[in-house]
Design a binder for this molecule. Structure first.
Ligand SMILES: [Zn+2]
Length: 64
């Protein structure tokens, strides 16, 4: 997978298409991230709860 140019939110780790995070509304984005995570059912996902993800979607595990 090509990760370059895919940006993620530094606040909530969500993969962002566009200029700002749709959840946080922040433009605090990073291209330096690792680990691709697709959350389908956050309430029943341990990793989603660890990352405090409450909405389904695509996220990064680590964001620098
Ligand atoms: Zn965010």
């Amino acid at each position: 997978m090509r990760r370059k140019q895919i940006r993620v939110c530094r606040e909530c780790h969500r993969v962002v298409e566009g200029e700002a995070c749709t959840i946080c509304g922040t433009a605090n984005l990073s291209e330096d991230w690792a680990g691709y995570l697709v959350v389908i059912d956050p309430e029943h996902s341990e990793i989603a709860q660890k990352l405090r993800i409450t909405l389904p979607g695509r996220y990064a595990l680590k964001v620098r």
